[in-house]
Design a protein around this ligand. Structure first.
Ligand SMILES: [Zn+2]
Length: 459
């Protein structure tokens, strides 16, 4: 007799559907089989069962220019569970003054109320000699991914080429991953300086100042550094066909480089900037053309892009009040709760095969970031499951969602497929449309670097 058995579901695995019961014991997956018995049983007949989704890119309670993203760790991870996301990877908040481990300690404190499991990418900001040792110290504390910006020089977040190169060398030595926001800062700066006063007052100009060339050029730079140092590189929020093609090119010559895209780049285009509420769609990278959108689906399907993450960074309508220029807006969109339902629309449209669903929403991010015990429905793994009704139809309305934000970029969109139940470490945490778990139950997941670091080419 197991603690909990999910009965008769269609388990979606990378090698196709599997009809079996899943038994959970002590928070772990204990067995897959027929006629398994549990003290608690959930009937999943006619439903899909997927591994708990891993959203490897969220910004909860993020301080931005004296304000904060509108979801804190309680509301944000609650919304995550409601959308089948059982693990999130957020970011530490780096600064020029503090050490990486200090940033981590303070972020762990902020994250205490979380209800889903979580880890952090350590944000590397404000290089000074000695920072490489801080990377080693953070690895000791269970952080194996480090976030760099090639953009945002104005706010002091950008790392220059020399910094990136030295940090990548250390990351290669330690078997960690360099996570990069890749946009060419100089290009953004010059294109912004050339805008007329009228253009500065239009949302369209946001896309004009951050074209796909920006993304492609910055990806080339970090790919070359990854190649020379042997570092594993991951490019966040790939938004253009050009950007993804540069990842493909680097990987073909042997660079350990991966990329993610986000629902906003798979579903929305820069046409939204012409709408009266276009300012609500402020994000960077900017939304792009329909051609890019189609290319991203195809590159996700072919494996050039490894997974989907949301870059969930919500701001309310009030926080996004239009003040006359796109440069005065906080950038970011809500998304964590809709990751799985949105990606599933791609399955329905034949854009990605159903067996890719667990890969691109769970297994690939868990593997890339060393989230041991996450990402697969296999005995010994954490009991993180989603029971998903593939035929339920519903309409996106911000007011029906759990995210603490008063609009949705997908408002009114007709969706097929709904998360019915979410199980985290063997516990039913969301069901019958409601969360059923205590604040603070989420756990920090410490990670280990890869056992053998790749060989550096000696630069
Ligand atoms: Zn982000």
């Amino acid at each position: 007799m197991y603690d909990l058995v999910v009965k008769d579901g269609m388990i979606i695995t990378a090698s196709g559907p599997l009809f079996a019961d899943i038994a959970l014991e002590n928070g772990k997956i204990a067995a897959l089989g027929k006629k398994l018995k549990g003290r608690q049983e959930l009937n999943a007949q006619g439903l899909m069962v997927l591994p708990g989704v891993v959203d490897a890119h969220v910004h909860l309670d993020l301080p931005v220019r004296g304000d904060r993203s509108s979801d804190d760790f309680l509301s944000g991870t609650g919304a995550a569970l409601a959308g089948g996301v059982t693990t999130v990877v957020d970011f530490t908040v780096g600064s020029h003054e503090t050490a990486l481990v200090e940033d981590l300690e303070s972020r762990l404190e902020t994250a205490r109320p979380a209800v889903a499991d979580y880890s952090f990418h350590c944000e590397v900001i404000g290089w000074r000699p000695g920072k490489e040792e801080q990377i080693a110290q953070a690895v000791e504390r269970g952080i194996t991914s480090f976030k760099f910006f090639t953009a945002y020089g104005d706010s002091g977040r950008r790392s220059d080429g020399g910094t990136l190169f030295r940090c990548f060398s250390k990351i290669a030595e330690l078997g960690a991953v360099a996570v990069v926001h890749a946009e060419d800062d100089e290009l953004i700066r010059v294109l912004t300086s050339e805008l007329s006063e009228e253009q500065k007052g239009s949302m369209r100009a946001l896309a004009r100042t951050r074209p796909d060339t920006c993304e492609g050029a910055a990806i080339d730079q970090v790919a070359f550094y990854g190649e020379a140092t042997g570092a594993s590189v991951h490019v966040v929020h790939v938004s253009s066909g050009l950007g993804a093609s540069r990842i493909d090119l680097a990987r073909r010559r042997g660079v350990d480089i991966t990329g993610e895209t986000c629902p906003q780049y798979l579903f929305l285009t820069d046409e939204v900037y012409d709408r009266p509420d276009g300012h609500l769609y402020s994000a960077s990278p900017a939304l792009r053309s329909n051609r890019d959108r189609q290319a991203l689906w195809s590159l996700l399907s072919s494996g050039v892009l490894d997974f989907v993450a949301t870059d969930h960074c919500p701001f309310t309508r009030a926080q996004k009040t239009w003040k006359g220029s796109f440069s005065d807006l906080p950038y970011g969109l809500p998304g964590v709760e809709l990751l799985l339902p949105l990606v599933y629309q791609g399955v329905l449209k034949g854009l990605i095969p159903v067996e890719h669903l667990p890969l691109i929403t769970s297994q690939a991010p868990a593997d890339r970031y060393g989230l041991t015990g996450k990402g697969r429905i296999v005995p010994g793994y954490d009991g993180d499951l989603v029971i998903f009704d593939p035929s339920a139809k519903w309409t996106v309305r911000a007011e029906d969602l759990h995210m603490n934000v008063d609009f949705s970029p997908y408002e009114g969109m007709e969706i097929q497929g709904k998360v019915l139940t979410t199980i985290s470490r063997g516990e039913v945490v969301f069901g019958n449309g409601a969360l059923c778990c205590d604040p603070g139950r989420g756990r920090f997941i410490p990670r280990k670097p890869r056992p053998t670091a790749p060989q550096s080419r000696g630069t």
